[in-house]
Design a protein around this ligand. Structure first.
Ligand code: SF4
Length: 193
């Protein structure tokens, strides 16, 4: 029986480079959190408050409930994680992800948001067709529309990652030099350059 569940943040790591997930989950090499991750965590609480006031009003969701740092998992899915925020209205659920830097969401950030939304819609039994990514440094909130196709894409991506982990073989990587030079596993990838 497969009992392994993928932490959602590894979807973003996998899209950066599949080998990062291999080193973390197959070889169990501990990850060193870069300074900017810690910096981001410190700001999250304050930003969640700001988000509540600004965005809930903008989207007519003033009466919705807002929860920070919500643990999400569901028996039907092989992934889990802690979502930065969830807006819960009578009928809908809206995941919120808070990023320190950036202007426009990357594909990896969207997939991560969708993964949280998939779990939240099951857990709360509400509709999930919209989420938000908040960029702290410039105070910008980007709404992300979600359809069933994008949810399926995320589920399939998780299957692909778990398959790679189960296989336990060093995967191919198309990462370029710019990625490798900022990667903490550079020393493990001498074959690349
Ligand atoms: S050094 Fe390059 S190939 Fe190796 S894990 Fe990092 S990004 Fe991937």
């Amino acid at each position: 029986m497969n009992t392994y569940k993928l932490p959602i943040h590894l979807i973003r790591q996998y899209l950066f480079c599949p080998r990062v997930v291999y080193f973390l989950e197959v070889l169990n090499i501990p990850k060193i959190s870069p300074i900017w991750v810690k910096e981001g965590e410190t700001h999250h609480k304050k930003q969640a408050e700001l988000f509540k006031r600004r965005t809930l009003a903008r989207f007519g969701l003033e009466s919705a409930e807002f929860k920070s740092n919500v643990n999400l998992s569901h028996d039907e899915f092989d992934f889990y994680g802690i979502c930065d925020g969830l807006i819960i209205s009578d009928t809908h659920i809206y995941p919120v992800e808070i990023k320190l830097h950036g202007n426009s969401p990357t594909n990896a950030q969207k997939m991560q948001l969708i993964a949280y939304g998939i779990l939240a819609e099951k857990k709360f039994g509400k509709i999930f067709d919209l989420g938000f990514i908040l960029f702290e440094k410039n105070g910008k909130t980007v709404p992300i529309k979600i359809n069933e196709e994008s949810k399926l894409e995320v589920v399939q991506k998780v299957d692909e990652i778990i398959e790679m982990i189960k296989l336990g073989r060093l995967p191919y990587s198309s990462a370029d030099e710019a990625k490798c030079t900022q990667c903490e596993f550079e020393n493990y990838c001498n074959d690349r350059f």
